[in-house]
Design a protein around this ligand. Sequence first.
Ligand SMILES: Nc1ncnc2c1ncn2[C@@H]1O[C@H](COP(=O)(O)OP(=O)(O)OP(=O)(O)O)[C@@H](O)[C@H]1O
Length: 287
Amino acid sequence: MHNVSKSYGKNKQALKSVHLKIGHGMFGLLGPNGAGKSTLLRMLATLLKPTSGTITINGCDLAREADTIRRMIGYLPQSFQAHPQMTGRQFLDYVAIMKGIGSGKERKRHVDELLEQVNLADKASLAVKTYSGGMRQRIGIAQALIGCPQVLIVDEPTAGLDPEERVRFRNLLNRFSRERTVILSTHIVGDIETSCTQLAVMSRGEVRYAGHPQGLVKIGEGQVWEVELSDNEFTEFEPSQIVGARRTSTGVRCRIVSSSPPVPHAASAVPTLEDGYLALIGGERSE
Ligand SMILES: Nc1ncnc2c1ncn2[C@@H]1O[C@H](COP(=O)(O)OP(=O)(O)OP(=O)(O)O)[C@@H](O)[C@H]1O
């Protein structure tokens, strides 16, 4: 993406001069609500046109070769809905027909393979409306994988999933990222910290960081503190600074992100990826 901006109407600039290069493997797009992540992904999925700037995917210019790009990408939108009355297999077959996947035999083989890959083979004959949230997301990722796209675009796929399904879904994406580019947007740092080799942090339409996760961790260095506060001290503290709190027998043990020691007796702590993220976007977390 080169100098890409996107405005909705006259007053809302959702993306401001975004430069981004995304390579092979798993790429995390991190940012608070309203940062512009979905806008960026919808543009990569050819559903929105940039107001200005250029986007190139595998050498194809999005403005001129959108049809070619559509054949290279799979997309799981933020609010994905499969047809509730169809069975999992019927739904994937339907999407495969829409994507122009060859003969009936070839299509059936492809759909069966995908059902295996997302661990839904034994539920393939049940209506999608009977699926749990995690199963719906897995049928969503299967439909995005139809036609074996080189680029998989996934918008906040773990929202609403329970912890077990979340881990299972992350592992699934991790596996798929071995042979292709997976672009995963989320506002949950845990979704990307074990799997992404590259990431970008967005806030208010701008890319605030792009690079290795380790570089984001480094931003937190010297800005993370641990301290035990009394109950009174704890209630007086600015809540947005406290990123972790654990009750002890004598008070509350807190982890605090702040550019200077929050209290004189605070001890410096080793930052995590989440600390680096919070140190970077600080008070501008959400619109
Ligand atoms: N169709 C639209 N018309 C007007 N404003 C929009 C439209 N879509 C998004 N916006 C605004 O653009 C900004 C970026 O929205 P976007 O959905 O891209 O953010 P996001 O990072 O994906 O947030 P979330 O995690 O909440 O989905 C927000 O201020 C949003 O309100």
